[in-house]
Ligand binder design. Structure first.
Ligand SMILES: Nc1ncnc2c1ncn2[C@@H]1O[C@H](COP(=O)(O)OP(=O)(O)O)[C@@H](O)[C@H]1O
Ligand SMILES: N[C@@H](CC(=O)OP(=O)(O)O)C(=O)O
Length: 574
């Protein structure tokens, strides 16, 4: 028998088609009898090149390799065979692109180019819906409830969605047929909502899923068109299993092995860049489409990162990383180069829209760094989020604002020493499934804020609040104040005295009364409650003082009191 040759081979999907799937790398003469079959892992794929120039690809496990090579030799009646191992190139990273990154055909082209600038990477791509599509779908659904079946086709937001996607498909010059059927289905769904005159949370999730289902199909078709082999996936079809909490599904553990198996098996079978819908899952009991909460594509990306044990998770946004505050509140916000998972989670939970509140969990569990980058400005270094970082010189990292918060002051009707008072109060919140954000307690009274995102619609807010107060008044005197805001100071709480000293000086200078203060157990967050209408001014003043008036870390080695007291040196710009 003639010698077979093993050729080292890289099958990176970034190599543009029409490459036949392999490069002409040097060949090593080797007899099939001398292949170390035991060392081969199952299943692998080999390209068998026959001496006459033809070739065939077979997926074989290590143990079948020998017989497959022999069978090919017999079949082809040739003794000149070269066996090329298709190298198992593992996925290296996940890249998530948010709605603003894929808002138009132009943006999709730029994202494709951006992906191609990393030829050394084998990424899994996660996409959100295009631009404002999710909001438009929700608005369309709400209008459908009351517009009547005959008017459902005329809903303005439906026209906006159709127009955007059809224009994008046209500009990218891809076949529109598959998208047309999706848009028709969407119209049918809106008619169904109009007929039923109701939009349940389950239907709402199904409705918004059209956004990600469309964007990923369009982008995958475009990549294939430009010669980058890509495969579209609906997350709810590949193992993203969630609780059945529609609009706010929680990823279940079974997701990780299922997603890893599906993506990896397909890759081994036929390598192609996976393009996965962000934000979506499948309820484990109902089997219906669920969503992971607004901004949930970040969580899709970190879940895939953990499932595949990737080297890095990248989330591409429209800002130069996580910034010192929301740039829409104060435009002189600057990027924060390093964050810990704890800081990022706290920042997200307390309202920084830049990251989904739950998204850090899989990354932290998998110990996978998360990089936040700007798709409009890829050269900017962005923010890298890791388990630990050098905090010795860190005082404050970022200032976060959460608006529209309701505050409750609850004082026990009994005087001192009432055992179990706090437990009773919290059991009421548990029974009513209302989430509490910030708490400050004493033995017989407490103040707390309620998470506004848990109170879905206007009508429900009032009903739920009335119910809470009614229940609490059985054991306490309750004072409810609406229109509050939480300002969270994310940083190194080891230096809490310095942070508080400075923050209170700033707020005192502005004549602001802080209504409640709480230092989180996470050791990275101090929260202050102020009136909503004063909050933006507070963030701006705090930002100027903490980030624009010299290096705060220098104060860490100065004497705290006497002539050198940092307070005496503070300046607040108004
Ligand atoms: N601390 C912060 N740093 C950066 N961006 C922030 C911050 N707080 C709020 N944002 C807002 O988050 C937006 C980016 O998040 P998002 O819109 O969810 O991105 P995408 O849709 O691209 O995933 C920014 O445009 C910015 O307005
Ligand atoms: N499209 C969904 C999910 C998402 O993550 O979007 P984005 O990445 O644009 O925040 C939303 O608007 O909530």
């Amino acid at each position: 028998m003639a010698a077979a040759r093993v050729r080292c081979h890289s099958n990176a999907p970034f190599t543009r088609l029409p490459q036949s799937g392999h490069r002409n790398s040097p060949t090593l003469p080797i007899s099939p009898n001398r292949v170390d079959f035991a060392a081969l892992k199952s299943p692998r794929k080999f390209l068998l090149s026959i001496g006459d120039g033809s070739s065939c690809t077979r997926r074989v496990s290590g143990s079948c390799l020998k017989s497959t090579v022999r069978a090919v030799l017999d079949e082809k009646k040739t003794d000149a065979i070269r066996e090329t191992e298709v190298e198992e190139k593992r996925f290296t990273c996940v890249m998530k692109f948010g709605g603003s990154s894929v808002a138009s055909a132009e943006r999709m082209k730029e994202v494709a180019e951006l992906i191609l600038t990393f030829p050394e990477e084998s990424p899994v791509i996660v996409l959100s819906a295009m631009g404002k599509t999710t909001n438009n779908l929700l608005l369309a659904g709400e209008k459908a409830v009351s517009c009547g079946v005959s008017n459902a086709s005329e809903i303005e937001e439906l026209s906006i969605i159709k127009e955007l996607h059809l224009r994008t498909v046209k500009e990218l010059q891809i076949d529109p047929s598959v998208f047309l059927s999706f848009l028709e289905e969407l119209e049918q769904l809106l008619k169904g909502i109009a007929m039923m005159k109701e939009l349940t949370l389950r239907t709402r999730d199904y409705l918004v899923s059209f956004g990600e289902c469309l964007s990923t199909r369009i982008f995958a078709a475009y990549l294939n068109k430009i010669g980058v082999k890509a495969r579209q996936y609906d997350a709810f079809e590949i193992g993203f299993i969630t609780t059945d909490d529609f609009t706010n599904g929680d990823i279940l553990e079974a997701t990780y092995p299922a997603v890893a198996k599906r993506l990896y098996d397909d890759w081994v079978d036929d390598p192609a860049v996976p393009i996965v819908t962000g934000f979506l899952g499948k309820g484990w009991k109902t089997g219906a489409v669920t969503t992971l909460g607004r901004g949930g594509s970040d969580l899709t990306a970190t879940t895939i990162g953990k499932a595949l044990g990737l080297q890095e998770i990248q989330v591409w946004k429209d800002v130069d990383g996580v910034l010192t505050c929301d740039p829409t509140i104060y435009k002189r916000a600057t990027p924060v180069p390093f964050l810990t998972f704890d800081e990022a989670a706290e920042l997200a939970y307390f309202g920084a829209q830049v990251l989904h509140p739950q998204s850090m969990r899989p990354a932290r569990e998998g110990g996978i760094p998360v990089r936040v980058k700007n798709s409009y400005n890829p050269k900017a270094p962005g923010t890298i989020i890791t388990k630990t970082r050098d905090m010795t010189k860190t005082v404050l990292t970022s200032i976060v604002l959460k608006r529209n918060v309701t505050m409750l002051d609850i004082a026990s009707t009994r005087m001192l020493g009432q055992v179990g008072f706090l437990a009773k109060v919290f059991s009421i919140f548990e029974d009513l499934e209302i989430s509490v954000d910030v708490v400050a307690t004493s033995e017989v009274s407490l103040s707390l804020t309620l998470d506004p995102s848990k109170l879905w619609s206007r009508e429900l807010i009032q009903q739920e609040l009335d119910h809470v107060v009614e229940e609490l008044e059985k054991i306490a005197v309750v004072n409810l104040s609406k229109g509050r805001a939480i300002i969270s100071l994310i940083g190194n709480v080891q230096h809490s005295s310095l942070i508080l000293e400075r923050a209170f000086h700033v707020l005192w200078t502005k004549g602001i009364n802080v209504q409640m203060i709480s230092q989180g157990a996470s050791k990275v967050n101090i929260s202050l409650i102020v009136n909503d209408d004063e909050a933006e001014g507070c963030v701006e003043a705090l930002h100027k003082s903490f980030f624009e008036s010299g290096d705060l870390s220098e104060l860490l080695i100065q004497p705290r009191f006497g002539n050198g007291s940092p307070v005496s040196a503070l300046q607040v710009e108004n």
